[in-house]
Design a protein around this ligand. Structure first.
Ligand code: PLP
Length: 474
């Protein structure tokens, strides 16, 4: 046994020999010397391990170069574009909102050229980066002033830190939210340096609860939109208008964290209503916070709109500098907000709203159109049918509302493990296809597949190794 092992190990090519092959020359050209050498070394090390425990024959230098190529090509970029056919339109793990063309163009311009980021073109003097968005946000929300930070979590953190550092922040027990990605209101308060004062109970909070909690140590009263859950049944909450009056009487600002919020009344597009920012401002909250990449349909960002004096204080907080937004996103935000000035054309221009308002009949037609090609592609081992399904808004907006939709429903004829391998293989495509497995079938909800991407979708499917998926069955 020892003899052939030693023999094959001795035949293992050296790194230099592999680098000298024509195959390696291509890799050097494409990936550079350091990355290529590392990959070759890794293949040789792995092979050495295998040769020690088996009687396999040592690979040639060309074999090693080819395995190094496989290794390098498997390391595709992590942020690969993919097809979101999960049925969740604003999928946090898949990057939430897809941007409008106008926003993409604006961001590309800002990447390619110098921009007047903090430069006042009229006066030739230093300007402020928030200036570009301030008037737009005020116009769209009715607020006196506005500022923008990295995301809504940052917006809430910054407000708390500005007004409740070393002081008390009052919040209802029914609104102590946790949203995905470890954003928990009590933790954010603690990190902001605020002492949380909980009032009321999980299901019922009354005006007197707030009155009793307010004192000279109070820095901020918080109202938090329960974006991803609803408390139903025997409930009572203090509305924003009444709470604003209570806070005003105590001389303390009310912050209304809307979470998603919306700049337009979604019921006008046939969707369920989510609180609009304009309403929240009109109800009297001195500060309102909301996200850029939820229902608004822009890039990740957090907005704070409200009283001029308070926004000024926020802008003077040193944390604002740490949480500020870069020129790319500012450009994309400005272009996105501009679209809201023409709400009549918003569904055509803003992908998020386009997806949310697609009617089932339209999606079903698309599914019927694609079904024969997909069925043929998947072959006899799978059944591909057009089925009904329910899409979701996602990102903690309208949590209880579903949207009637249509899907390609794929079942494996023989075993459940075949379906699981198919799902995994779809994830590994150059442009991955992500669906949702339910009731033993893979559902590809077509709500978020734009017509222009259909041929790319079919080309991607054509790259699927269906035989490999099926053949792996015992
Ligand atoms: C989503 C959400 C946040 C956090 O917003 P991000 O933009 O994801 O940081 C904060 N508060 C509420 C109520 C939310 O729904």
């Amino acid at each position: 046994m020892a003899e052939p092992e030693a023999m094959s190990l001795r035949h293992l090519p050296a790194v230099a020999a592999v680098l000298a092959t024509a195959e390696a020359a291509l890799l050097l050209e494409r990936h550079g010397r350091i990355v290529t050498t590392d990959a070759i070394r890794q293949v040789i090390d792995d092979t050495r391990e295998i040769l020690r425990s088996t009687s396999a024959v040592a690979p040639s230098a060309i074999d090693v170069a080819q395995r190094a190529r496989d290794l390098l090509e498997a390391r595709a970029p992590g942020l690969r574009a993919l097809f979101n056919l999960t049925g969740t339109v604003l999928h946090t793990n898949l990057g939430r909102a897809m941007l409008a063309e106008a926003a993409i163009e604006a961001a590309v311009e800002a990447m390619r050229h110098p921009v007047a980021l903090e430069y006042d073109l009229a006066g030739g003097t230093r300007g402020e980066r928030d200036d570009h968005l301030r008037s737009l946000l005020c116009e769209l929300t009715g607020a006196q002033d506005a500022t923008v930070v990295n995301n809504n979590a940052a917006a809430v953190l910054l407000c708390l830190n500005t007004f409740a550092l070393g002081r008390e922040a009052v919040v209802s027990r029914g609104e102590l939210i946790e949203i995905g990605g470890a954003f928990r209101m009590p933790d954010i308060m603690a990190r902001a340096g605020a002492r949380m004062v909980e009032v009321g109970t999980t299901n019922r909070t009354h005006p007197a609860d707030y009155h009793d909690a307010l004192n000279e140590r109070t820095g901020l009263v918080l109202k938090v939109h329960t974006s991803n859950y609803r408390i139903q049944g025997f409930t009572a909450e203090v509305g924003a208008r009444e709470l604003a009056a209570i806070a005003d009487a105590a001389g303390v600002p009310l912050l209304n964290d809307l979470g998603s919020g919306s700049l337009v009344d979604l019921s006008r597009y046939g969707l369920a209503k989510e609180p609009t920012v304009r309403e929240a401002v009109a109800e009297g909250a001195r500060l309102v916070t909301f996200s850029g990449d939820k229902l608004l349909g822009g890039p990740q960002a957090g907005f704070i709109v409200g009283d001029h004096a308070l926004i000024e204080q926020i802008n003077r907080n040193p944390l604002k500098r740490a949480l500020r937004v870069d020129k790319l996103r500012l450009a994309a935000i400005e272009a996105t907000l501009n679209l809201y000035r023409d709400p009549d054309r918003l569904t055509e221009r803003l992908p998020t709203l386009y997806f949310l308002t697609r009617v089932k009949a339209d999606i079903e037609t698309q599914a019927r159109r694609l079904q024969p090609t997909v069925a043929e592609r998947f072959g006899d081992a799978f059944v591909v049918e057009v089925g009904e399904c329910l899409s979701q808004v996602g990102s903690g907006a309208l949590p209880l509302d579903t949207l009637a939709s249509a899907a390609l429903v794929i079942r494996a004829r023989n075993s459940q493990s075949t379906l699981q391998r198919l799902v995994a293989a779809l994830r590994m495509l150059p442009r991955p296809i992500i669906g949702r497995v339910a009731d033993g079938s893979l559902h590809l909800d077509l709500r978020c597949l734009v017509e222009a991407d259909e041929s790319l979708f079919l080309t991607s499917l054509a790259q699927l190794d269906v035989d490999g998926v099926v053949a792996a069955d015992p």
